[in-house]
Design a protein around this ligand. Structure first.
Ligand SMILES: Nc1ncnc2c1ncn2[C@@H]1O[C@H](COP(=O)(O)OP(=O)(O)OP(=O)(O)O)[C@@H](O)[C@H]1O
Ligand SMILES: [Mg+2]
Length: 493
């Protein structure tokens, strides 16, 4: 099946998200769609999938004019979309999330059959999860795999993937890319969105770049390289993806000390020291327990034994609110459920963790709040019409920057960052690294969890590695490499 997008425009309050965009997706081709945060990528695929009605322009399927009225119509026509923000029923099981709604005529739920199918699907993606588990008990990586399995469970003619790999890594990514190649070879049309340029070059046949809602260029992948592509995306040459390694002596002062921390089932032995102004990377495979360790340290997860000391004082088992008061900030991995206040505006989302600074006689000083938010929008280059824009209307990467802004304002001592550049475009990533450096240079200690190996290696001063709930090693600066991290992460020599 071929899809043509013809001169599609979409205006949101304050933002022209799509400005007469045209592009084609062809059967048997993997077409990558890239652009900065807020460029209009997700909006475009929502138009194709019938979730958004364009103001003008149209979509054609095999040459026939076809603006789908609802996502269900698009699905029926064989267009399957893996959305950027996961859409799950948390109280239902894995199998139900994969199959419910796919067979609408069916009155009975064929649970047993679904469970078997679900397991074999997930196994074929290299990510077996018990199909009976409730989705609310799963990590975001697991949920992402279920979202992928759901899209692959039906025969798609057109498969659209909106940042499918922002929370998964390693083997899972490889399996997914392989699956995409197989589908392409069986004549499925694929549209693939990602901010990970390595992936784009690995998998795509063609690349389309969007910028500020406009189509910039469509070219065969082989005519481009990371450098030229970044330039097309950002609109100017970008010299380096990572800032130069910063000068960092060996400070003696330990700010955060974690000893033998146990928080079952995911954290079995957490050990690390975070020194003043240091950036300590925390590496490991997805599922190693890194997020859970960070949550236990921050008080968001029950600690069974072990100690957490801040400046030499024991704070084990403190509540997050107490940690916040002591100057510890935490950007969590899952911005949708544990990060954003989705019904509020940008200003409230930025100030919520430091609200007392904005209170006068128990009333929130909205003027002050907005003024600060305006500065933060500037500091983090958040693409938004203003501080009063609802945070739910921001693109994924700009939501991420909003959270970074909130927590960097809290973090006087320690900032824990769990996948902070998830879904952030290349240009904005560089900005975030710059902000991490300037916080660290000002004395804030940073714990950086990242599944992106290049990021850990480039940004962290030292790297601790976790495997199956335990810290398995600490790599000093001159020992940090992809190999050494992987060895500790997988337990091989
Ligand atoms: N429902 C909405 N109401 C108002 N503005 C919106 C809405 N949805 C999207 N926008 C705006 O439209 C623009 C394009 O957003 P879109 O989500 O398509 O970007 P994107 O290219 O997918 O970015 P990202 O890489 O961050 O996911 C952004 O400026 C966003 O804030
Ligand atoms: Mg998007």
């Amino acid at each position: 099946m071929n899809v043509d997008v013809v001169a599609v425009s979409k205006q949101f309050p304050g933002t022209l998200a799509l400005d007469s965009v045209s592009m084609s997706i062809r059967a048997g081709e993997i077409h990558a769609l890239i652009g900065e945060n807020g460029a209009g990528k997700s909006t475009l695929i929502k138009v194709i999938g019938g979730a958004i009605t364009p103001d003008s322009g149209h979509v054609s399927i095999d040459g026939v004019h076809q603006n789908f009225a609802t996502p269900r119509h698009a699905l029926k026509a064989g267009i399957h979309i893996i959305h950027q923000e996961l859409m799950m029923f948390p109280q239902l099981s894995v199998a139900e999330n994969i199959f419910l709604g796919n067979e609408p005529q069916l009155k009975i739920v064929r649970r047993k059959q679904w469970e078997e199918k679900a397991l074999s699907l997930l196994e074929s993606l290299g990510h077996p999860v018990n199909p009976r588990t409730l989705v609310e008990n799963l990590s975001v990586a697991d949920q992402q795999m279920i979202e992928i399995a759901r899209a692959l469970s039906q025969e798609a003619q057109v498969l659209i993937l909106d940042e499918p790999t922002s929370v998964i890594a390693g083997d899972e990514v490889e399996m997914l890319l392989n699956r995409c190649r197989e589908l392409r070879d069986s004549n499925v049309a694929i549209l693939y969105i990602s901010h990970r340029l390595e992936e784009i070059f690995e998998i795509s046949d063609k690349i389309t770049v969007l910028k500020d809602g406009k189509h910039v260029v469509t070219r065969p992948t082989r005519e481009l390289n990371q450098y030229s592509l970044t330039e097309l995306m950002v609109g100017r040459p970008v010299k380096d993806r990572f800032p130069p390694k910063r000068e960092f002596g060996e400070p003696d002062r330990v700010i955060l000390e974690v000893r033998n921390l146990v928080s079952p089932p995911h954290v079995l032995d957490g050990n690390f020291e975070l020194k003043e102004g240091e950036i300590l990377g925390l590496g490991g495979l997805v599922g190693a327990g890194r997020s859970e360790l960070a949550e236990a340290v921050f008080g968001a997860r029950k600690v069974k034994s072990g100690t957490v000391k801040l400046y030499g004082n024991e704070v084990t088992g403190s509540l997050p609110i107490e940690m916040i008061k002591r100057g510890v900030g935490f950007v969590s991995e899952d911005r949708q459920t544990t990060g954003l206040l989705k019904l509020l505006d940008i200003a409230s989302n930025i100030t919520v963790a430091t609200l007392e600074q904005f209170c006068k006689r128990n009333l929130i000083d909205r003027h002050k709040e907005r003024t600060v938010a305006r500065e933060e929008i500037e500091r983090f280059s958040i693409a938004a019409p203003g501080p009063e824009a609802p945070v739910a209307t921001l693109s994924g990467g700009n939501q991420q920057k909003t959270l970074l802004s909130r927590w960097s304002r809290v973090a006087k001592l320690v900032l824990i960052l769990d996948e902070p550049t998830r879904g952030v475009d290349v240009g904005a990533k560089t900005e975030i690294y710059r902000i991490i450096y300037s916080l660290a240079n000002a004395g804030v200690s940073i714990l950086l969890i990242s599944s992106e190996m290049t990021e850990l290696i480039a940004i962290a001063d030292r790297v601790a590695v976790m495997r199956e709930g335990r810290i398995t090693g600490l790599l000093e600066r001159d020992q940090v490499s992809e190999n050494s991290i992987l060895r500790l992460a997988m337990g091989t020599r």
